[in-house]
Design a protein around this ligand. Structure first.
Ligand SMILES: Nc1nc2c(c(=O)[nH]1)N[C@H]1C(S)=C(S)[C@@H](COP(=O)(O)OP(=O)(O)OC[C@H]3O[C@@H](n4cnc5c(=O)[nH]c(N)nc54)[C@H](O)[C@@H]3O)O[C@H]1N2
Ligand SMILES: Nc1nc2c(c(=O)[nH]1)N[C@H]1C(S)=C(S)[C@@H](COP(=O)(O)OP(=O)(O)OC[C@H]3O[C@@H](n4cnc5c(=O)[nH]c(N)nc54)[C@H](O)[C@@H]3O)O[C@H]1N2
Ligand SMILES: [Mo]
Length: 847
């Protein structure tokens, strides 16, 4: 059986479609080598777990083991498609080195133990500290990769039970700015857009977002529009020549850290040329005059000198945005992790708002998420928010939460905004936080300035609990390691960027003694004997569905309303978009239709902040500014970055991702097809700079910042001059086939170099701009190992072998041509699915 090599062709086969048409179905299927559909015992419903796109998929099970995946044709998100990480990543579940038993540190070494011993230690230390030092000595650092039920349970334990304000997620590194930008403009989290906006838009603008590599299926949707009649125009703002830039009508490649300058110049042009929708602005927004005043002096010639982008290109981009009839804007880490993160992301909202491009098909904003379940971390309040998008500085909303939890409102800390991670780390550093419970994240690789992080996490006085599925770099520093069950081994729900909620059912048993994160949290709560006002157990559920039912009650009447959903409703069909309630029983395709917002002072999640200082606005200030609940046009002045280049550090270093790996590679590094496609770290530099130094493809370079150094082989790529790029995926751990003792590669993690600094508003760390210098330490003996299919594609004619997956990367694609039941299978797909089921894709929330 043949198929498409989806390492060589990550986006698979094109099926063009026109504006306003339905995106055709293409079902992607991958099974372990040698298996066919006939070998599969059962298919179990789930969704993709290695990015935020929320692609519906079924897990193939044989003999109690996961053996493959197949996209769900019926799902509104992906219409059957899957990306390379989804197609091959499931194999990580079966990795022989999964954690199967708890570990505790004895005489400096982690040794195996049983659950009773491990949990008694974790709960015991918590109780001791509560008695000795109070709740503020306890901190929780969770993730964007667990399930909704787990976050809600953890939020209740942390905020409601222990009563600590120190609860955050790695969403702080990821989507804190998405949330902050939505809170600034709409006074509430929640994505205005829908993926179906791609089907209708005539202009799609991607800001600091390499969607081609990071949401491959959504990018396939755009590629299919580009392959059809009336293709949309694409605007890309990215310092590298990503696949998005290659497909763009206009590519602006600004200096990292200058996003506000470029956005203000675009807004200047929109206003100067009167491309504003004044009726929309007057009726539905506040702040236009201040915005116009702020950008008055920001013409493209001004921005050109700051961003090093031709002024003419900025004018052209502004004209496209200004004359678009249906404009979809997406934003991600190139803005969120860069200088003036929130200020820049908010200006994208301003573009759509002043053009009145919201709440209609094709007119949307996606302040993207990255992780699969980051939306839920935020909704459930496991990350520096309160559950249900409740406003910590609105006493009525805190009281309402206390009513649901049956506790005294004063038990929920709300004297200030919940502590953000970077502050929590300060507390760990200075010793006021003595217990840190890390779940589903690997801070020893993913946080900035790793030498500091290592020092801080390995302190004797800190009791570090790490709940993971592998013995990660962070687990190596722990006092107790708790082995978790993961996706496919437990049941729960999660929500993607465009508010689509998916159910993920348990398909197989977890390995060894590993337990679902939910069960571990429930055990912890029970051991702490957390009680409500009436002396009853605080956490009143014992399984995932019970947690979901409780969450429905907590979310009812709030923007992220799940009250109309149930596990039963989510089984069998497509994912469903919140809000889903009695009024909208089938979910809600687009929010903010007709200029209705959730920004009324009594209802909103946030009163907003000062974009420069991050100081929260007082309730009275907000009421005065936005008494009748409109959208807020918030202006921002461009400010120079904190760590500018100097003669000693003349390059700007930015960091990010490649298509084939997920984060710190604990999963994708254990998957042959993905690991082979990007086996080793590299550094990208422009042909101009390489020539200046006389360096060639594959030369070994050392990149240095005041924090540390990294050695990496040179890839001469399409990155802008004076800029370097490092993928951040490569920590100490190397590869599954390395012998113990040889599996430690120090000095190659991008975060050895990044800076301890964050956006004043969202508190998201600045991973995308640091001043660096670079030297050559050896002439190369061949090309670097960077993929050739992606942004790291070689710029010149250098002889670099193309990235290929070969036989073991073949995927069956089953294309269903629009309006017919005929299928053009790539590679002789098996045609076993009844045609009626494919037709059910029409159940998608309608446009
Ligand atoms: N393959 C893959 N997919 C993933 C993930 C993964 O690890 N691997 N992770 C998921 C997660 S959690 C996230 S958050 C998303 C992230 O998805 P993206 O944000 O798309 O990914 P990044 O590579 O971090 O950054 C995007 C782009 O920002 C550009 N950039 C850097 N600095 C600047 C700047 O100052 N200004 C501008 N305009 N652009 C800049 C970079 O060149 C890069 O191409 O991806 C998700 N999907
Ligand atoms: N330089 C630089 N640094 C960055 C970024 C960047 O662009 N540049 N991006 C940032 C962003 S956006 C993100 S999201 C972070 C990601 O950073 P991390 O969250 O640290 O990255 P992961 O490798 O996804 O770590 C997840 C951990 O959870 C474990 N895990 C997986 N599934 C489960 C489960 O079901 N239960 C439990 N308990 N554990 C599980 C994995 O084995 C892994 O150890 O990195 C951030 N750091
Ligand atoms: Mo992320």
């Amino acid at each position: 059986m043949g198929g498409v090599d989806r390492i060589a062709e990550p986006w698979g086969t094109r099926v063009g479609y026109g504006a306003g048409e339905r995106w055709p179905v293409r079902v992607d299927q991958r099974l372990d080598d040698g298996l066919t559909s006939g070998d599969v015992d059962k298919w179990v419903q789930s969704a993709a777990i290695l990015h935020s796109n929320g692609d519906g998929l079924d897990i193939a099970v044989k003999d109690g083991r996961i053996v493959g995946v197949r996209g769900r044709a019926i799902d509104r998100v992906n219409h059957g498609r899957l990306g390379p990480k989804d197609l091959f990543g499931y194999q990580a579940n079966n990795s022989p080195d999964r954690l199967t038993t708890p570990l505790v540190r004895r005489d400096g070494q982690l040794v195996e133990t049983d659950w009773e011993t491990a949990m008694a230690l974790v709960a015991g230390r918590t109780k001791e500290l509560l008695a000795e030092r109070g709740p503020s000595s306890i901190g929780f650092y969770t993730t964007g990769q667990l399930f909704l039920e787990e976050y809600y349970t953890l939020a209740l334990i942390g905020h409601g039970g222990i009563g600590t304000n120190h609860l955050d997620g790695n969403t702080r590194l990821c989507t804190a700015t998405a949330a902050a930008a939505l809170k600034e403009s709409f006074a509430c989290d929640g994505q205005p857009g829908s993926y179906t906006d791609v089907d209708h838009a005539d202009v799609i603008a991607l800001y600091g977002h390499n969607m081609a590599e990071t949401q491959t299926v959504l990018w396939s949707r755009i590629l299919d529009r580009l392959a059809g009649p009336n293709p949309p125009k694409i605007v890309c703002v990215d310092p590298r020549r990503t696949p998005v830039a290659e497909a763009a009508t206009i590519h602006l490649a600004p200096k990292p850290g200058t996003n506000v300058a470029i956005m203000n110049a675009i807004l200047h042009e929109l206003i100067e040329n009167d491309w504003a929708d004044h009726e929309y602005v007057d009726q539905h927004t506040v702040g236009y005059d201040e915005l116009a005043k702020q950008v008055a002096g920001c013409d493209p010639d001004w921005a050109a000198t700051i961003c090093d982008v031709p002024a003419g290109d900025i004018r052209d981009a502004a004209r496209l945005l200004g004359t678009a009839e249906r404009l979809l804007s997406t934003v991600l880490q190139g803005f969120y992790q860069s200088h003036q993160a929130t200020a820049a992301a908010v200006q994208v909202n301003n573009v759509n708002l002043i053009r009145g491009m919201l709440g209609r098909p094709g007119c949307g904003i996606l302040q993207m998420n990255g992780q699969p379940t980051a939306q839920n971390t935020r909704e459930c309040g496991a990350d520096g928010d309160l559950p249900g998008f409740r406003n910590w500085s609105n006493d009525d909303q805190v009281a309402d939460l206390a009513r649901i939890w049956n506790i005294d409102p004063m038990q929920i800390p709300h004297y200030s905004e919940p502590t953000h991670l970077m502050q929590m780390l300060r507390y760990v550093e200075d010793g006021s936080v003595r217990f840190l419970y890390v779940s589903g994240t690997n801070p020893a690789v993913s946080l900035p300035e790793l030498s500091r992080i290592r020092k801080l996490l390995s302190q004797e006085r800190l009791f570090l609990v790490v709940q993971d599925i592998f013995r990660s770099e962070t687990a190596e520093l722990a006092d107790v390691v708790l082995p978790a069950a993961t996706w496919g081994e437990k049941t729960g729900t999660f929500t993607n960027v465009d508010r689509t909620v998916h159910l993920s059912d348990q398909a197989v048993e977890p390995p060894g003694d590993a337990r679902a994160d939910l069960d571990i949290f429930l055990d912890y709560a029970r051991r702490l004997e957390l009680k409500d006002k009436d002396g009853q157990p605080l956490v009143k559920w014992t399984d995932a569905e019970g947690a979901f039912e409780a969450w429905k009650e907590c979310s009812a009447g709030r923007p992220c309303d799940y009250s109309g959903l149930s596990y039963q409703k989510l089984r069998g069909g497509s994912g469903i978009q919140w809000p889903c309630n009695a009024e909208h029983p089938d979910g809600t395709e687009r929010i903010y239709v007709d200029g209705e917002f959730w920004s009324a002072p009594s209802y909103c999640e946030s009163y907003g902040k000062d974009l420069v200082t991050g100081a929260p606005l007082e309730p009275v200030e907000y009421k005065a500014m936005n008494p009748s609940g409109k959208a807020v046009l918030k202006a921002a002045e461009y400010l120079p970055m904190h760590e500018p280049t100097t003669p000693e550090y003349p390059y700007l270093l930015t960091t990010g991702r490649t298509l084939y790996h997920f984060h710190t590679r604990t999963k994708t590094g254990r998957v042959r097809q993905l690991q082979d496609a990007a086996p080793e770290v590299w550094v990208e530099m422009s042909a101009y700079d390489a020539e200046l130094h006389g360096w060639g493809e594959g030369d070994l370079l050392r990149v240095r910042t005041p924090r540390g150094s990294v050695e990496a082989r040179l890839r001469i790529s399409g990155i802008r001059p004076s800029t370097l790029f490092l993928p951040f995926h490569y920590g100490y751990w190397d590869a599954p086939d390395k012998a113990p003792g040889q599996n430690d590669v120090p000095g190659r993690a991008a975060n050895e170099l990044t800076v301890t600094d964050w956006d004043p508003c969202s508190k998201q760390p600045l991973f995308k701009c640091a001043a660096a210098r670079v030297e050559r330490i050896a002439v190369g003996d061949g090309p670097s190992a960077a993929p050739t299919t992606t942004a790291s594609r070689p710029a010149s004619g250098a002889a670099v072998p193309p990235t290929r997956g070969g036989k073991s990367a073949e995927v069956v694609e089953d294309v269903i041509a629009p309006g017919s039941t005929e299928r053009a299978s790539a590679g002789g797909a098996e045609r076993r699915r009844p045609s009626g089921r494919v037709g059910m894709a029409d159940a998608e929330g309608g446009v």
